[in-house]
Every structure is written in C-alpha cells, then in structure tokens.
Design a binder for this molecule. Sequence first.
Ligand code: N01
Length: 527
Amino acid sequence: MVRREIDAVVVGAGFAGMYMSYLLRKEGYDVQGIEAAADVGGTWFWNRYPGARCDIPSLLYQYSWNEEIRTSWRWSEKYATQPEILAYANHCADLLDIRPLYRFQTRVTKAEWDEAADRWLVDTDKGEALSARYLVMATGALSVPKEPDFPGLDRFKGPQPVTGRWPHEGVDFKGKRVAVVGTGSSAIQSLPHIAADAAQVYVFQRTPNFSLPALNAPIPDEEREAFEAAWPLYKQAIDTGEPGVEMLPEDWEPSDEELAEHVKVLWNGGGLVSTVMIPRLTKDERINEAACEFVRSQIRAQVNDPVLAEKLSPRSFPISTKRACVDTDYYVTYNRENVTLVDLNEGAIVEVTEKGIRTTNAEYEVDVIVWALGFDAMTGALTRVDIRGKDGTPLKDAWHGGPAMWKGMMVAGFPNLFTITGPGSPSVLMNVILAGEHNVEFIADVIDRMREQGETRVEVSEAAQEAWVDHVRREAEATLFPRANSWYMGANIPGKPRVMLPYVGIDYKKRLNQNVAAGFPGLMFEG
Ligand code: N01
C-alpha cells in the first residue's frame, strides 16, 4: 500500500484541533486534519438539541490567542446559544482558512506506530493511508454519547433522538407526548423548550442534579467595555496560569452566617461563578453542605409541590463533584401541568416498548423518546480508535486499569502521540477552549524543539508518567470528587475503571510553562 508521507495528522476540527492544525501549518509542517463531522465545531456541531448553550460566559468562551478573531466577533448574550457558538467556530475557520487542511466526514479507523520509521501509520474509513511523524488526537472530552441499551429499543415506532447527536433537521415536539431520559445538563437545558411545545413530557430521573440559574441576558455595552479594558490582564493570567480574578483566600474560615451570605450573593449573580468563587467548596464538607442546602432551598422556592421539590433535590453527592448545571427555567418547568417527573428510584426502566417506556411500576406511552444519557467522557473518543503503540500494544489494553498518561497529553509506550485535554489534565474543569490552547501550544513547542534538534521521536518516560498519575490521584483524593458517581470518575459507564479523569490541581499551566523552560524533563527525545 502506498502511504502519503506527511508531518502530522490532527484528528478533530473543534476549537483545539483547528488551532493545532493552524499552528503546525504556520510553522511549515505538512498537516492533514481529519474530522468525522461534515464541518468544523466539534461538540457544537453535534449538540443541537433545543436550549443548548454554553455554561461559561461567552466573553470568556473564545480563543484567547488570536486578536483578529477576538476583535472581529461580537457575542450577543452572556451565555451563547449553540447556533451562535457554531457560527463563531465557522468564523474562526474562515479567518484561519482551516478547511483546506481537513478531510471531513472521515474517521480514523486505525493508527499503528511504526518503530523502524518513527512514524504513525494512519488509516481512515475512506480508504486513505497516511504515514505521519506525529499524531494529535484533538477528539474532545465529551464527544462519544452514551447510547441507550435498554431491551426493546428497536420496537419503539417513534423518533429516539440522542442529545449529543441531535438531528440537523430538528425534532418536532408540537402536541407530542415526549419522554426525556436523564437529568444532566443536556436534559436540564432542553426540558423547558420541549415542554413549551409538547402535549406531555415525562422526565425519567435516576439522580437529581444541582442546577444554578444562568440569569442570561444580552451583554450590556458597559460590560463589554469593562471586559475589553481588563483583557490584557486576563490574557496574562491565561498565559501564566495565575487566577484572572481576585479570590477569597484558600484558608477562608467563615462563620455559618458569613458562609450563607456569601453563597446567597454568588447565587444572585447566576452561573457557575456561584461554585468557583467559594474556597474549598470541593474539599470541605461544611462549606459544601452549606452550598448544597442553599440550592435545595432555592429548588423548594421554585417548585410548587413540596414532594416534587424534594425529589428534585440532590442528596447523594456533594455539589460540584458532578458538574453543576446552569439553566433557564428548569425547576419552574415542573410546575407546568404537562410535565411529570418519573422517579426511577421508585421503579427502574425495564424496557422500551412499541408505545413507550415501561418501568417496574407503569408503562408511559409517548411519541418521542429523548435520550440524554451523557457521554463516555475523556477516554471514549480515544479508546474507540484502534491505536497501537510500541510492540503493537492497543491503547485500550494499556489503559485497562485506567487511563495512565502524562499531563493529559502523552502516553508511555506511544511515541509521537499527543492528546488534547486528555485524562490527567484540567480539561473539563476549566474553560475547555483555554485548556485546549494550553495543550496545543505545549505540543507545538515539543514538535518545534524536535525539528531544531533533528529528532524524530519523543516519548514520556514510565517514571514521569507514574509520578504524574500518582500526583493526579493524590490531588483528587484530597477532595470530595470521589464521592460522586459522576462521569468525572468514569462511573457513568458500566465497567469503566473508577478513576478521577480530570486533574483538579490549579497549577497545571504553571507546570507546563516550567516544563518548557526546563527543557521538557520527563520526555525522552531520540533520532
Ligand atoms: O450528561 P450527564 P449530559 N438509566 O452525564 C442519566 C457537558 N454539557 O449530556 O446521574 C437512567 O450529566 C444519568 O443519571 P445518573 C457538561 O460538562 C455542558 O447531560 O447516572 N438514567 C444522568 O441524569 C455536562 O456535565 C452543557 O443517575 C441514566 C443523565 O442520564 C456533560 O456535558 C450542556 C442512565 C446523564 O447526565 C454531560 O451532560 C450539556 C440509565 N441507564 C452538556 N444512564 C453546557 O451547558 C444515564 N442516565 C455547556
């Protein structure tokens, strides 16, 4: 087979993949991008369910590295909708002239390390065979939806859209009876929209979630101007890893009254800020429980029926150990006559029938079933490609006991393979566009150094990887995160090793900068 020889394959055309491809081309490398979707956007290409929005303020949820893009784009609302973010991704792709680098509607099926040539042999489902010095997986942390696996799925006659892979033509809920299964962010954002159209909605809930009000609104001009004035300082904070805003000290020891007041003030500002601005929220039980109880009191204040309010109130995990949701009108939607909560703790789903969903208690007849079951997060997109490292070892086998990797970017035994926002990096715990930038720039630094030194191969040492995995584990164990059955812990996918996937430390970018400055300790270069 004749393989096209190039410098790098970049898989994925989300924000991280586009930046990686752009940077490599700019530095003179021959890059081939590969993307399963028909166009750019990554998660924002697929998640088109009604109500899909970002939970990071839009002024912050954008590339920080390109002034032309930043100054030529104007976000309309505090939290951008999926169509607006997708339009932004297209705007970036146009300005960066990125599309010629990509093959769209193409998947990498296999990537095998060629030990003799120091190259990756990459195959696609369109029959293309490539030989690349570097393979960069910019495949996203939340890109492989968890599929429903209930018996009888095929019997149901109506549509069964999955939130993470929403039909482009949309779904018509007008006058329909609808089942929404799951109560994570995707369900919480879509329910008010579905309920406004549908005749009847049944929400199937296994575990209630904490949701915070978005308080979304158009961005006032003064706020835009203030942001613009503060931008140089934000940018500096992004690049150095310093906090961009003033925080209370980590050893803050408030009285119960001070704590309650602080939580209330933050809640009134809306969004995830209510959680990130509370020191030790995910470390200190007293502080965490105060925040939990405050949110529960707000659920009681919004939901008319006290029994229903209690069912919607999380009690089984500390707040923020599962990602808190950000909503518009989620809880008050339960006051509508056409919305019914089906508590799966009172009767689990047994099967999907021709007419709907049957639990141990009843059959719910519906016209549409919306599956909002989440994702095989952080590892799913990597392990579903047949990636084979030295000695033909499959990545899946190397990760049998959990994803061992260095700083979420490199795996021992897999030379010249890079991942972006992978396990062991902050990834989904921070603004993921910026997390991607941090990884892309580090990877570009490694590749540039290799060109300068005439090297053909880089691999992380077993010792450096072990030390990092151990550090990530110890940091997580000092928090309340392991108490939740969350996708952070891999607990939402049966059989997945229970490991805290993202890195909870707040020093990641500083550590990357130090590693570059010190000449990449832990990495072994050859060639
Ligand atoms: O998924 P989830 P998501 N039977 O995993 C339930 C990001 N995101 O797509 O908790 C019955 O949170 C499951 O129940 P349980 C964001 O980072 C961001 O909503 O396992 N129920 C849960 O209720 C988010 O955290 C935005 O008991 C089953 C739900 O399905 C992440 O994506 C918007 C079940 C899954 O919730 C994932 O959110 C949307 C079963 N067999 C998503 N299996 C923004 O705002 C699963 N469930 C940017």
